[in-house]
Design a protein around this ligand. Sequence first.
Ligand SMILES: Nc1ncnc2c1ncn2[C@@H]1O[C@H](COP(=O)(O)OP(=O)(O)OP(=O)(O)O)[C@@H](O)[C@H]1O
Length: 433
Amino acid sequence: MSTVSLKDVTKVWPDGTVAVNNVSLDVDDGEFLVLLGPSGCGKSTILRMIAGLEDPTEGDILLNGDPVLELAPRDRSIAMVFQDFALYPHMTVGDNIGFPLKLSGVEPHPRGERVGDVAAALGIGDVLRRKPSQLSGGQRQRVAMGRAIVRRPGLFLMDEPLSNLDSGLRAELRAEISSLTRELGVTTMYVTHDQAEALTMADRVAIMRKGVLQDVGTPTEVYGRPATLYVAAFLGAPRMNLLEAAVYVHLERYIELNFGEQALYLPWTDIRARAVAHYHGERIVVGMRAEALTPVAPDVPGDVLRGRIRYLEHHGHESLAYLDIGATAIVVDEMGARQRDEEAVTSSPFKRIGGALQRLTGRSNGGAVQTKEPEQTSVLNDPGRHHRRPAELGVRLAPYPAVSPGHPLSVAVRMDALHFFDERGDRIDVGWR
Ligand SMILES: Nc1ncnc2c1ncn2[C@@H]1O[C@H](COP(=O)(O)OP(=O)(O)OP(=O)(O)O)[C@@H](O)[C@H]1O
């Protein structure tokens, strides 16, 4: 049993690369915590520092409340499972699993019994005499797991343990690892760049970007209330639609979210309206997941966006339509987002309403609404981390729908499912979670 605490941990490599930047994180006893983020964001470095394979440049690491930086890796009661399984090729499966027990001086008889129990629990009892080269990928991963659990460690560290396996096997082992670690009650930190793995396996997910911790919460929390634009864009398939909107407050009535050629109206009674109202006269980012969008008949009134289908993607169980709605999308870079040969948006669609913006701002100056000073770093003008391009609103349709590119489509928007982010990419909210 173990708890883990990272206190303001930073790791700078000798070449100046900041792999981990001031990360603080607590993992509870028995918890399954997933570190999620794209390649190079510092996930493995965090695991390696906890295991004692690397030292932090700054900060402290505590296991069960005690600082461990002075302890050698073998004294930390930690077992680590790697992506490449790291099995000893010349040893049999049984000897691989039993190796940690042999190292710690356990006699052959109890050792054989423990190995047999662990192998049976993992469904590899019948291959104990084989060498790793005679196993399938899934069996090899089970051997690596067996070798990790045989010592009954207090803490499991798993670094992308499934990434070398095909997708069917990954899903199977995902479920096995989840139930095994929970049965054993072992605290587990699991690194992956695969959001499906993170959301299905984790008690809590910690999302990283470029060494910085972006958000920590249960899968429901980080998916349902992403703390930053980055987390919003990273989680979910299809990706969340992120549209630039100009905010206009129509006092005590509604807030207009103007996307350029069309608008949505947030009622003043919406609990988030006052928070969004602070951005009167500014641009924000409005997030809508495909599940917040429902195709409707063309003449349906209400909270509706209208566009033309640019292209369709057929996924078997559903199709996705991407609509041109005359809006601008914010694309978060460096996460392998779907890139298309689009021309970047070079001029703001809000220029033409700049005059109205001025007038509205002037009119509200004496009222309750204050406009904020523009931030220095803005996701709306941030080359290298975000870019703007013509929006293609992703909408779910039935499989193989009777529409084709060029067709008009109207989409009802669930206003209570909108997400709002400010210019820095932080969630605009009323503060509850
Ligand atoms: N020994 C090293 N020396 C210098 N830089 C390193 C070293 N190890 C890792 N890095 C750099 O530190 C950063 C974080 O690497 P890390 O392996 O922790 O990322 P990761 O999120 O685990 O990525 P991946 O999923 O690809 O393993 C990267 O920029 C990487 O290039």
